[in-house]
Write a protein that binds this ligand. Structure first.
Ligand SMILES: [Zn+2]
Length: 470
């Protein structure tokens, strides 16, 4: 334990307790009055008292803990309060919670205090202690320090599930830590991703980009520990070939004119930005539970990830799964979520975007009509619209996309694997609720289709999907 003596703080007019950065449990502390009776009377008090015109605030000093120092075990909080007049109030506030010990000021003008604090009862990391006092004339002053507690060594481990992941598949990055970490951000190839607190540390569910070239990648996770010091962890993940189909599409001159219309390009860019604006939002709550359901009955006519190059130049990747069936087939929410968009778009046609929380979104395109409104929470299996061929589509089908922190992922993986931030018992409970909603939604009569809001551009039989680069 090292503690340097703090400079004598300047008394302030009022105590400013800073907003606590860490929302953790309020520390429950036991403060034992060791020597409250160590107070000393100033002998020169004859002219003092409440009849004087004392307008000076008490002088408050805190010696231990010292600003920025790190402590372990039992420490003694020491300092003093002095004033021309009798002291009338004294308080000690630790991490925003009052912990003033019971002791009498006894009409003294100077008090030296000494209290025992067992730092073992506090969480490791940053804490704030404030001392304040007032004299009988109502003049107030206080001081505060930030100090750190370290009773346990920091242990942090970085783990990947799995360590080898296919392009376009979802990867779980876990930080098992015995202490809190802050502002964590991971990086894999050109992808940055945040973390969420979990029962045993921190987790990030990351969609590895389908366009990430196969190979070994360093994964770096950076953030801050409870001592406000930078931490960095490194690991390695192997990205394997996703086995995606490669297609070369020949485009004739008349087709080219039809598809690459500059006015259409501009509208497509606006649409792209609109969708990006939605799927880059962060909802802290996890709404989904368990696996995702296929949004429609039908035949998969185009798998996820097909890479297309065009004879006229340019490239695109099929970012979703196409399920085809007859026009009007109900399209159902693949899991519980909130409707963020339900309207007609140029390329995607009538579209519904669901936010499942924590950066996970599902998108349903080319609907004949939508059946939900933005802001509505939908259960897994609830009808969100009907199959159609609006937008750039060859025939009735739903183009179903899944996004994780804005990146596209293979949706079918989410129908087989449960990805969750919850501990097992909480996931089980959430799953029961979602499955109950799913059963009710499947049993319910399909809702009325809402009047579509436009977006009935049809490109003909040319390009099934052209969502642009991922
Ligand atoms: Zn598609």
């Amino acid at each position: 334990m090292t503690a340097t003596k703090a400079p004598i703080p300047t008394p302030r007019d009022e105590i400013v307790i800073p907003r606590r950065r860490f929302g953790g449990r309020l520390a429950v502390i036991v403060v034992v009055v060791l020597a409250a009776a160590a107070a000393v009377f100033l002998g020169l008090a004859a002219w003092g008292g409440i009849f004087s015109k004392d307008e000076t605030a008490p002088r408050v000093t805190l010696d231990v803990p010292a600003e920025g120092a790190k402590y372990e075990g039992v420490i003694e909080i020491t300092g003093s309060v002095a004033d021309q007049s009798k002291l009338s109030e004294f308080s000690l506030v630790l991490d925003g919670a009052d912990c003033t010990p019971a002791f009498e000021l006894g009409g003294r003008r100077t008090v030296k205090f000494r209290f025992k604090l067992d730092t073992g009862l506090l969480a490791d990391g940053r804490h704030e202690l404030a001392v304040a006092a007032a004299d009988a004339r109502g003049n107030r002053a206080g001081t505060q320090v930030t100090f750190y507690v370290e009773n346990h060594a920091t242990v942090v481990e970085l783990a990947f599930e799995p360590g080898r992941v296919d392009q376009g598949r979802t990867l779980v990055v876990k930080l098992n830590a015995n202490k809190k970490l802050y502002d964590l951000e991971g990086k894999l190839w050109d992808q940055k991703f945040p973390f969420y607190k979990t029962a045993d540390g921190f987790t990030s569910i990351v969609g590895v980009r389908a366009s990430c070239p196969p190979g070994e990648y360093p994964v770096v996770v950076a953030g801050y520990d409870v001592y406000d010091e930078a931490v960095e962890l490194k690991g390695t993940v192997t990205v394997a070939d996703g086995g995606y189909i490669k297609e070369k599409i020949v485009i004739t001159a008349p087709d080219k004119k039809k598809i690459f219309d500059p006015a259409l390009e501009e509208k497509k860019m606006l649409e792209y930005r609109k969708v990006q604006g939605i799927i880059t939002r962060r909802r802290d709550e996890q709404l989904w539970a368990g696996t995702f359901a296929m949004p429609a009955e039908g035949r998969i006519t185009s798998p996820f990830g097909t890479y297309r190059t065009f004879s006229t130049g340019g490239e695109s990747r099929h970012l979703g799964v196409d399920i085809a069936n007859k026009e009007g087939t109900p399209i159902r929410a693949s899991n519980r979520g909130e409707v963020m968009l339900a309207e007609g778009l140029i390329v995607r046609g009538n579209t519904v975007i669901l936010d499942h929380g924590r950066g996970v979104f599902s998108i349903y395109n080319h609907l004949s009509a939508v059946a939900v409104e933005p802001g509505q929470t939908v259960e897994k299996g609830q009808v969100v619209g009907y199959m159609g061929s609006s937008g750039l589509a060859t025939g009735p089908h739903v183009h179903w996309e899944m996004r994780v922190f804005k990146w596209v992922v293979a949706p079918l993986q989410w129908t087989k694997t449960t990805f969750t931030y919850r501990p097992p018992e909480d996931e089980e409970k959430a799953l029961q609720e979602v499955e109950r909603g799913y059963e009710e939604a499947l049993a319910a009569a399909p809702p009325e289709a809402k009047e579509s809001t436009g977006g009935h551009f049809k490109a003909g039989e040319l390009i099934p999907d052209m969502e642009g680069a991922d």
